[in-house]
Design a protein around this ligand. Structure first.
Ligand SMILES: [Cu+2]
Length: 215
C-alpha cells in the first residue's frame, strides 16, 4: 500500500516548526565551524612565530569566544522552546476528541460522548479513525509502563505515562491512511505494538461515530 505524504496544518504543523529549527541549527553550527576552522588555520599558519606572553588582547579574545558560544546557546534554546510551545499549544474547541490508552502491547481508543471504544493489540492492530481537516484533541495515558504514541508521517511523538495524561491537538489536513507505532521500548512485543491512523472526511467520521465505530 502506498502511503501519501501527510501534511498537518495550522498550529499543529509540527513538521514545518521543526524543519525551520533544523535549518537554524545548521546556520549556528556553520558559523561555529567556520570560526573554529578559521582559528585552527590561523594557528597553523602562524606556528613558526615566537610565542607571546598573554596580553589584554588574548583575554578579550577569550571573552569574545565565550560570548559567541553563549549567544549560540541562547539562540538555539529560545528557538527550540518557541517551536515546542507552538506544537504543545492546545487552544480552542476541538471538533473531535479521542482518549488514547497504551498498554502492553496495544492501544485503546475511546471517543468520549459516544459508545465507540476500540481495543487492539499485537493480535490485530487497532485503527484510530479521525476526521480530516478538523482539530482532534487527544488525551493520552498508559495502563502499565511508559509507551510512546508515534505517527512517523507527522513526525509527531508523545510519551504515554501511567497515572498521568498528556493532551495535544492534531489536524490531519486530508483523508488518508498512515501507520502508527509505539516508539518507547516497553517489553518483549514492543516492536509489534502498531496501530493504523485513518483520516476520513468529516461527514463520514460523524456517520462512523454515530454507527458505533463500524466502518
Ligand atoms: Cu509500547
Amino acid at each position: 500500500m502506498s502511503v501519501p505524504p501527510l501534511h498537518v496544518v495550522a498550529s499543529t504543523d509540527t513538521r514545518s516548526d521543526y524543519t525551520s529549527l533544523e535549518h537554524l541549527t545548521y546556520v549556528v553550527l556553520g558559523i561555529a565551524a567556520l570560526l573554529v576552522v578559521g582559528a585552527i588555520t590561523l594557528a597553523i599558519v602562524r606556528r613558526h612565530r615566537p610565542a607571546r606572553p598573554a596580553s589584554d588582547d588574548s583575554h578579550r579574545l577569550q571573552i569574545a569566544w565565550i560570548g559567541l558560544v553563549a549567544v549560540g546557546v541562547v539562540v538555539l534554546a529560545t528557538a527550540t522552546m518557541r517551536a515546542e510551545g507552538r506544537t504543545d499549544t492546545v487552544t480552542g474547541t476541538p471538533q473531535a476528541r479521542v482518549e488514547v490508552t497504551a498498554f502492553k502491547w496495544g492501544w485503546r481508543f475511546r471517543y468520549p460522548g459516544s459508545t465507540v471504544d476500540l481495543v487492539g493489540s499485537t493480535n490485530g492492530a487497532p485503527t484510530l479513525t479521525v476526521p480530516a481537516g478538523e482539530r482532534v484533541r487527544f488525551v493520552l495515558t498508559s495502563r502499565d509502563v511508559i509507551h510512546s504514541f508515534f505517527i512517523p508521517q507527522t513526525r509527531f511523538k508523545r510519551d504515554a505515562f501511567p497515572a498521568r495524561t498528556t493532551t495535544f491537538d492534531l489536524v490531519f489536513s486530508h483523508p488518508g491512511v498512515w501507520p502508527g507505532r509505539c516508539a518507547e521500548y516497553c517489553g518483549l512485543r514492543h516492536a509489534e505494538m502498531d496501530f493504523t491512523v485513518r483520516a476520513v472526511p468529516a461527514a463520514q467520521y460523524r456517520a462512523w461515530l454515530a454507527g458505533g465505530g463500524r466502518s
